[in-house]
Write a new protein. Sequence first.
Length: 135
Amino acid sequence: MNILLRCIAIAPFALLGALPAIAGSPSAPRPAAYIEMAEANISTNEHSTYVQKAQAELQAWKVKLDDFGARAKDKSKQARKAAADELNASWAKAREASAKLESAGQADWDSAKASYKTATDELAATWTKVRAELK
């Protein structure tokens, strides 16, 4: 289960790590999100800053979840599974919201920000609940 959590948590960051190499390539096509942002006059700085903040926040959650997984080993198998399932569901929502945030255009930006905020708030609430249950 701990391996599953790590795989789920690490895979998006591994893929994100390859993006700078692709983006630096002169023949790399520009993602539709960049074209859409330029056409819609979105503040590239605001978008970039917010996306970087979201990625850093998700990385901090990944560290917390990995640490929690290691400590949860001492608890019963059933309780760990239930906790992991809840955390995995909340984590998946947060990752999905983060992905939508990264590709959001002008029309979708406010909605994507709100969805990301809701998803990370739910992740935090689940985190607090699960930690209290397993103490």
